[in-house]
Write a protein that binds this ligand. Structure first.
Ligand code: PLP
Length: 479
């Protein structure tokens, strides 16, 4: 048995063919967006001999396992796969990702990724311009919104400790701050904000959540009050985290007003646009994010509204200088004399060391589709979700929670929480649909997130019909 390296392009091409054959075969075994199997039943189908003493034929193995994986996969391209911010990747991006894997560049040092290092810098400059940042902005490609939010809050923490205590948190830690740092966000902000606070040694209790208004946006008056209270108590508002596109309702916090408050109280403004950042591609929708360009840092996420295979997170700071707390000089990666000789390293941009060239698929996508191409995908999804919201609100069995946002809509089947929870599981167990679930007003609500730009209004009708049929059957069975 030989195991060729990826540099053997003829072997690679045959193995890719075998992989694609496996995907095609496996997908036909599933009629809906997910396998109609309970997790326990799926568990029993895992191929045996996952790590045998002696290996097997590579092409056969990759074909067989790809087929198994596809048969049991949640297919984000299926029009009834509408549970999460989980997009179907573009074929062009997946093809480009093969190049990133085959070349296996690592962005922690120039000598492991010469072209990818320079490409990442250029692509980030394009995305920074899309946000509205000046040319001195900089950033890094991350594993997603969670890492981008952690990076933003790390910089905010270090900046607050430097400004207020004259210390370098990366050396002295947070003890000097005596528990005085606070992070302000809305109650609808992503949970990664609390997780970041815990990881950064501030503790989750350092995150003060502000209620949202009727439009699910951070209550500005309460933020202003809170900042004044912190000031009186000599506590430090290290960061305000505004969300541009909350996970459930897609609400956009009042960015410009929050930027004013951040400026007034010397706070770092981080905008989590992991979901809503996709609107920036569309001239129609981009104005909803006005004010984002005043943030110190921004999270974008092209594996949500950007049609990239995971991972494609983006972290941007409005000024490269703001990233200085991440700087590192490591003898084996980026010695000073190499840097002085003109060999740049992106090590000091990231909290990671080894980092794959996720930039490549992004670069290929941006170039192949252009801004108008991406805008049309965004607008198509937005149109579909508006259509879905109109139909939901007109349907007597369904109740709409709020107008549709960028690509999602929250609603429920008229009935109790138990029925709504069971309805979602029923669709999952029968393999008919993947729909989202969330909590709102202490009740269980359902959610559609529509990220297949090529789905049709007939597909949406079919999905809504499946939801209503399941709801009716389950409520009859319970009567
Ligand atoms: C608003 C927001 N921020 C951050 C995240 C986390 O992103 P990721 O899953 O890419 O880490 C999500 C995920 O849905 C999100 O909706």
């Amino acid at each position: 048995m030989t195991a060729p390296l990826a540099g053997d392009l003829s072997a690679l091409s045959k193995l890719i063919e075998a992989t694609l054959a496996g995907l095609a075969e496996g997908s036909t075994q599933r009629s809906g967006p997910v396998p109609a199997l309970h997790p326990n039943a799926l568990n029993r189908t895992v191929p045996t001999q996952l790590f045998p003493e002696n290996g097997a034929d590579p092409a056969e193995t990759v074909r067989e396992l790809s087929s198994w994986l596809a048969a049991g996969a949640a297919d984000p391209a299926h029009p009834s796969c509408a549970g999460h911010l989980h997009c179907p990747p573009l074929a062009i991006a997946v093809a480009a990702d093969v190049a990133a894997s085959a070349l296996n560049q690592s962005l922690d040092s120039w000598d492991q990724a010469p072209s990818a290092t320079t490409l990442e810098t250029h692509v980030l400059a394009e995305l920074a311009a899309l946000v509205g940042f000046e040319p001195n902005a900089a950033g890094v490609i991350t594993s997603g919104g969670t890492e981008s939010n952690l990076t933003g809050l790390l910089l905010a923490r270090d900046s607050a400790i430097a400004t207020h205590l004259g210390a370098k948190a990366s050396s002295s830690g947070v003890a000097l701050a005596h528990g005085r740092l606070r992070i302000i966000c809305s109650e609808a902000a992503h949970f990664s904000v609390q997780r970041a606070a815990a990881l950064l040694g501030l503790g989750e209790n350092a995150v003060l959540t502000v209620p949202v208004d009727a439009d699910h946006r951070m209550d500005l008056a309460r933020v202003a009050e809170l900042l004044a209270e912190l000031n009186t108590q000599q506590l430090i508002p290290a960061a305000i985290v505004a969300t541009a596109g909350t996970t459930d309702f897609g609400a956009i916090d009042p960015l410009a007003e929050l930027a004013d408050l951040a400026e007034r109280y010397g706070s770092w403004l981080h905008v989590d646009a992991a979901y809503g950042g996709g609107a920036l591609f569309s001239p129609l929708l981009a104005p909803t994010l006005a004010g984002i360009e005043r943030a110190h840092s921004v999270s974008l996420d092209l594996h949500k509204v950007g049609w990239q295979p995971i991972a494609a997170g983006i972290f941007l700071a409005r000024d490269a200088e703001l990233l200085s707390a991440l700087e590192r000089t490591v003898a084996y990666l980026n010695p000073i004399d190499d840097e002085e000789a003109g060999y740049p390293s992106l090590l000091g941009r990231s909290i990671r060391t080894t980092r794959r060239a996720d930039v490549f698929k992004i670069a290929v996508t941006l170039r192949a589709l252009g801004r108008t191409g991406l805008a049309s995908l965004v607008e198509s999804c937005h149109g579909l979700v508006q259509y879905a919201a109109t139909h939901i609100s007109a349907h007597e069995q369904l109740e709409l929670a709020a107008p549709a946002s960028l690509a999602s809509v929250v609603f429920r089947y008229r009935g109790n929480d138990e029925l709504n929870g069971a309805l979602r599981r029923h669709l999952l167990e029968t393999g008919a649909a993947v729909i989202g679930r969330t909590a709102f007003n202490n009740q269980v609500w359902l959610k559609l997130t529509l990220l297949n730009p090529y789905a049709t209004t007939d597909d949406i009708d079919g999905l809504i019909k499946a939801i209503c049929t399941a709801g009716l059957e389950l409520s009859r069975a319970r009567a």
